[in-house]
Ligand binder design. Structure first.
Ligand code: ZN
Length: 311
């Protein structure tokens, strides 16, 4: 039987926000069983609770923004991916800024800090969301399909149609260990021409090579990649974070083709509407900081070039 989980202690995380460039601080607090993931936005001595569920999504351009009573919190997907990936069911997250810290552009710092403070097993059985039939959302040539399954599996294909980055496909069965080592380290990425557009629009002020992979038409500006298919793995990371807006972990086989936050959120709305909440009969996995495999972590080393294919 798997049990619900929270943190063993409070945890503070501080860093630069990607778009505003301002310093952002989070405090993660343990929460009782069946709380879910709840952001607490500090406003005029009042704490406005904003639950991490799709009904509170107010924007999906560039990142996922949650909002309620005039308060907004942006770029929640990487933290939500870490919480989903590590099996954290219940947490309060105090925020002092409208945007989450970007850290290194992946979920690795969240994972490391959470494993360091420790995960607490609670006395209520873990719940998850299932749907007994397939579901699909589309937008032009973008597709996102849900197939019923007893496991959580993702097939993802990206195609940016650029010489430096066109097609990448990856498949993972997502569990705590594959999440930590195969997904959580994959960084967000952008194209240099998009950076200038974002900056003109007052965005990406905190963006740098320390928190994103930046691609030109012919090269990668960073020193190296963490995985040769780091791009598609980051999209899987985003999808895991977005799927956690179901309010529960999902069991199902997800097939994504050129998806993004807006399509992800549309699928989550369907899953919330037609899905069923069940108790988890699988076994619990104990995790520790030792589960992070160190050798894949480094970004230095030989510069990696993507081989392009012409399909
Ligand atoms: Zn992302």
């Amino acid at each position: 039987m798997a049990f619900q989980k929270t943190l063993q202690d409070e945890l503070k995380i501080t860093g630069i926000a990607l778009h505003s460039g301002e310093l952002s601080q989070l405090i993660l607090h343990p929460a009782p069983p069946d709380t879910g993931i709840v952001f607490l936005y500090q406003k005029d001595n009042k704490r406005i609770p904003i639950k991490a569920i799709v009904e509170n999504v107010v924007d999906t351009r560039y990142a996922v923004t949650l909002g309620k009573e005039g308060c907004m919190i942006s770029t929640v997907e990487h933290l939500l991916a870490a919480l989903s990936g590590l099996g954290i069911d219940n947490l309060y997250i105090s925020v002092n800024s409208i945007e989450m810290p970007i850290l290194d552009g992946s979920a690795l710092e969240f994972v490391k800090k959470i494993l360091k403070v420790g995960i607490e097993k609670q006395d209520q059985i873990k719940k998850y969301l299932i749907l007994e039939e397939p579901a699909e959302v589309d937008e032009g040539d973008k597709h996102l399909i849900f197939m019923p399954s007893n496991d959580f599996k993702i097939n993802y294909t990206i195609d940016f149609g650029r010489e430096i980055l066109n097609k990448q496909t990856a498949f993972f069965e997502i569990n705590e260990k594959t999440f930590i080592n195969d997904i959580s380290k994959a960084r967000t990425f952008t194209f240099l021409d998009e950076v200038s557009y974002l900056r003109k629009n007052g965005l990406a002020k905190g963006g740098s090579l320390d928190n994103a992979i930046v691609l030109t038409d012919t090269d990668i500006l960073n020193d190296g990649l963490r995985y040769k298919d780091e791009f598609v793995r980051h999209k899987i990371l985003d999808l895991i974070g977005d799927l956690y807006l179901c309010g529960y972990p999902v069991k199902g086989h997800i097939i994504a083709y050129k998806s993004g936050h807006s399509l992800d959120v549309r699928l989550v709305r369907l899953l919330r509407k037609f899905g069923e909440i069940k108790e988890d009969e699988s076994e619990d996995i104990e995790l520790s900081i030792d589960d992070i495999v160190e050798q894949v972590e480094t970004v230095s080393g030989p510069r990696f070039h993507i081989t392009t294919s012409s399909n």
